[in-house]
Design a protein around this ligand. Sequence first.
Ligand code: CA
Length: 199
Amino acid sequence: MRKIIFEHITLACHCRTLEKWAMRIFQLHWMAWAFFTLFFSVHAETSPSPGKGFRLCRVENITSSIQPNIDASRYGLNRLLDGILPKNGWRSTWTAWYQVDPVITFDLGRECRVGAIRLFFQAMARDDELKSVEVAVSKEGQEFHLFNEYGEIVTSVETGTWVELNLQSVRARYFQLKPHFQGWGHQWGEVEFWELQGK
Ligand SMILES: [Ca+2]
């Protein structure tokens, strides 16, 4: 009889230990799931890599010839570099220039060999609102040279869309984007510079 009681207590202790471990494993799994869900919910919003051999380039500074002219204090230039995308439609968190064409300058902090620039934008009044984007480059940030102009950009209105400007391989520290609108203006959500890895 005593032996049975002893075994019962031992077994009960064993069960509590198992429950404790099971609970801990469950907690660890839950924490891992929560971490990865949060991680990918933030990082999935950036555009996918243009391909093997590219890496996302850090931007040290951004300036504009004309500040955003709608809600600039809340949705300023820094929103173009935060890795977070606005939602479709007005108003969300779009950095907006109404009826003007800004010249936006990016300082990468060092000379980089950029293969592609991607910008996330939304057309508002017409599907070809972003008429064209000029890309100019500079090594020292004073004198800029036009590299190319990209046009024929047609999307759906009130729908956030990535557009990729293929630069092949341009080595510079400073990049200027000069967008031209037709219709409402400009609503941008993110700008990415993809650097070619290796020499
Ligand atoms: Ca953003």
